[in-house]
Design a protein around this ligand. Structure first.
Ligand code: ZN
Ligand code: FE
Length: 744
């Protein structure tokens, strides 16, 4: 080939391009296109030195953008031609990674086992037949085992295992699908599985035996340990509840195949896509009548379902059938990830019959993510394994800010290079253990992303752990209003900066006027926000106890509606409210849901966060036929629209003879109508036709199904969170967005 027909180019690919089989993909591509040169992981990108014809280099550049490996997310490809003379390389090679480089660092999330590996796993004679750690360039643990970027064998917790000659050969063979697969191992090398049982049974078969004897067994996973047991044995489920201190909250069940899932649940095409995605979240599906013990799901019409994502889970489920797989911890504490932590847990809790473990270390705690499909789109309830730390594009996010979130279901958000990195959800910051996990996560992400924050953003609530911690970081602190952040979170996801009507409904958030907000209608834009409407501020009893006690909220709302109760406990509450003892004004929508749940006798006490509201929704979903809307008032006070639900409360009190399900449904219809009426009035007044729905109340599927079409047929465009949770788990994104907007 004449030298003048040959060109040399530097091609750079940015995005999630490490740990997803990108370099092997490029190497194969080079072979196909007849290109020589090299490919290399740099700190924030993959660098390709390509020598070939102009056509072949153009073809390669195209293929990189248009058909990258499935788990990659290429956000940008640049090409720069090398001027002058150059030497013709002998071949195309993968060269060792370099620490320097520019571009956003995008560590890959953990990836579920791929179809090819699954096939090999069950192929007798394969060198990885029944190997619990089989993986390739397209699958396996990533974020959970990664010390640092660039992503190499030395950078992950597999580096303690020497590769056998077979694995080494495949690792170096460009035509092999394990070419440069950093997690590679086989039956002759790699981590070892071990089972420790109180009964003395051994190995995987021992764990299977114990589970089949309806025992609880701990199983090491990707982001921590699970506790596993049969979902068909009510006694085992009851023991698991006791062990975890989890009285009512539903458990998720793992099934080996989609066919097994279809036997117990309805599965739409979108739900199937979620279930089989590389993230493998728990998906809440409508349950069919089935043999699963009712104490798995309680009164919920849904079942949390997921498919296995590790080879070990497949090996186990193949023999045991479906399993409850719940994070190994006591409720409200972080998921257990270290072997020593698990050993102490095992020692302490005799209900755990055995521990199925191995010696591949887990670096990061990651709970299973939880998602459901609403109106054809995802609704994230918990964003963790499989999603974190995938960033969201956030225009102008060049400032290294760190947003701390709020208090419950917390996650934090870091900004860098035009991206917002939301951490995995760490849980409620009410215990020292979760607080430590949260602080570790903040340090860890800063280190991994090589970022030093210039500013921290926190909630205005002075009592939150995050607000107090912000003050200790010796950085400028911006405190933002909670509901404003909920709406900004929706705006950030959809790239909105002009005025929207923000409907922020949740349980509690610190208001600018010192009262508790939670039923807010804001006019929000990049320039700030104004409170244009809200639920009427009603005196509620303060304190955590009265928030858990839904009936207390009911007695307060009834007092406001002029209903005197005969209930002895209710009389005490109403007397306290009338005397103004321990009373705080609140416009919380969450507490109204709680109150209605108690008034209809659906749930009097929440034993996990939001239980009364969840059970109200579940009851409404069981209702036959239409009911509602109930009456309500909208008044204007000093230019602010006040939504008064006292007429609704009186109606619900009078409807006591009707079925609780019908009342619950009618209440949901009422709130949907109220949202539409308020939004239409604000739309007319301000000439704005975009509505953003945010806050934990919008984790309610029925409310969304009623509200969104109603707003749309009124001519309004509706936005909601799709990539992050609408509750406080997605709040930090909104906080970060507000901080960016505030920089002029
Ligand atoms: Zn694979
Ligand atoms: Fe909130």
């Amino acid at each position: 080939m004449a030298a003048r027909q040959t060109v040399k180019a530097y091609i750079r690919a940015y995005g999630v391009v490490q740990g997803v089989g990108f370099r092997p993909f490029v190497a194969k591509l080079a072979q196909e296109c007849g290109i020589r040169g090299s490919v290399q992981n740099r700190q924030g990108h993959v660098l390709i030195e390509a020598v070939g014809t102009a056509e072949s280099i153009a073809a390669m550049t195209h293929a990189i953008s248009l058909r990258p490996p499935a788990a990659a997310a290429v956000i940008r490809v640049t090409r720069e031609d090398a001027p002058g003379d150059f030497a013709m390389p002998d071949a195309f090679v993968i060269v060792p990674s370099e620490q320097d480089g520019e571009g956003p660092l995008m560590p890959s999330p953990d990836l579920a086992i791929c179809g090819d590996c699954l096939k090999e796993l069950f192929t007798p004679g394969d060198p990885r037949y029944l190997n619990p750690f089989i993986s390739c360039t397209h699958c396996g643990p990533r974020f959970s085992i990664m010390w640092q970027m660039p992503y190499d064998r030395e950078s992950i917790t597999m580096d303690t295992f020497a590769m056998c000659p077979l694995c080494q050969g495949q690792y170096r063979n460009i035509t092999d699908r394990r070419f440069h697969a950093q997690t590679v191992c086989c039956n002759a090398c790699g981590p070892a599985l071990a089972y420790q049982s109180r009964k003395g049974s051994q190995g995987l078969d021992g764990a299977v035996l114990d589970i089949k004897a309806n025992q609880i067994v701990a199983v090491k996973g990707i982001g921590g340990y699970h506790l596993a047991c049969s979902p068909f044995d009510a006694a085992a489920v009851a023991r698991l509840r006791l062990l975890k201190g989890r009285e009512d909250k539903a458990f998720a069940v793992m099934f080996e195949t989609l066919e097994q899932v279809r036997a117990v649940c309805h599965v739409s095409a979108g739900e199937e896509a979620l279930l089989t995605s590389a993230a493998r979240p728990i998906v809440l599906l409508k349950r069919k009548p089935c043999g699963i013990a009712s104490n798995v799901y309680g009164k919920s019409p849904y079942l949390g379902v997921f498919l296995p994502y590790t080879p070990l889970q497949y090996l186990l489920l193949k023999q045991t059938g479906p399993l409850i797989m719940t994070s190994a911890n006591v409720s409200s504490l972080p998921i257990i990830k270290d072997d020593a932590e698990m050993a102490a847990f095992f020692e302490k809790h005799s209900e755990v019959m055995g521990v199925l473990s191995h010696d591949r270390e887990i670096l990061r705690r990651l709970d299973d993510s939880v998602v459901m499909e609403v109106l054809g789109q995802p609704l994230l309830l918990r964003r963790a394994r499989g999603y974190a730390p995938l960033p969201l594009v956030l225009a102008g996010a060049q400032k290294p800010f760190m947003a701390l979130g709020a208090q419950e279901k917390n996650a934090l958000c870091l900004l860098k290079d035009g991206f917002a990195y939301l951490s995995q959800e760490t849980g409620d910051l009410d215990t020292e253990q979760v607080q430590a996990f949260y602080q570790d996560t903040a340090d860890d992400l800063q280190r991994l992303l090589r970022l030093r924050p210039e500013k921290v953003v926190c909630d205005k609530h002075p009592g939150y752990f995050t607000s107090a911690w912000a003050q200790t970081l010796e950085l400028p602190v911006l405190a933002v209003q909670h509901h404003h952040a909920h709406i900004a979170s929706v705006m950030a996801e959809h790239g909105l900066s002009d005025k929207v009507i923000g409907v922020a409904f949740d349980g509690t958030g610190y208001g600018d006027d010192g009262t508790i907000w939670g039923g807010e209608f804001l006019l929000a834009s990049k320039d700030g926000y104004s409170r244009e409407g809200h639920l009427k501020t009603v005196p509620f009893l303060g304190g955590d106890q009265s928030v858990r006690q839904a009936s207390t909220s009911a007695f307060c709302l009834m007092a406001d509606a002029g209903i005197k109760t005969d209930d002895p406990a209710g009389k005490l509450v109403q007397a306290a409210v009338n005397a103004g003892v321990n009373v705080i004004g609140s416009s919380s929508m969450g507490r109204v849901f709680d109150a209605v749940s108690a008034m209809t006798n659906i749930c009097q006490t929440s034993r996990y966060g939001g239980q009364a509201a969840v059970e109200l929704e579940n009851a409404a979903a069981r209702a036959q036929g239409e009911s509602g809307p109930f009456p309500y008032d909208i008044n204007e006070q000093d230019g602010c629209l006040i939504a008064d639900l006292a007429p609704t409360v009186r109606e619900i009190y009078d409807l006591k003879t009707q079925s609780a399900e019908a009342v619950a449904y009618g209440f949901h219809v009422t709130i949907a109508h109220l949202i539409r009426d308020m939004c239409l009035r604000l739309s007319k007044k301000h000439g704005v036709d975009k509505v953003a729905l945010g806050g934990g109340v919008f984790q309610n599927r029925l409310l969304l199904e009623l509200t969104v079409p109603m707003l749309q047929s009124a001519g309004l465009t509706v936005f909601r969170n799709l990539a992050v949770p609408p509750g406080d788990g997605g709040l930090a994104l909104g906080q970060a967005q507000i901080a960016l907007w505030s920089v002029k």
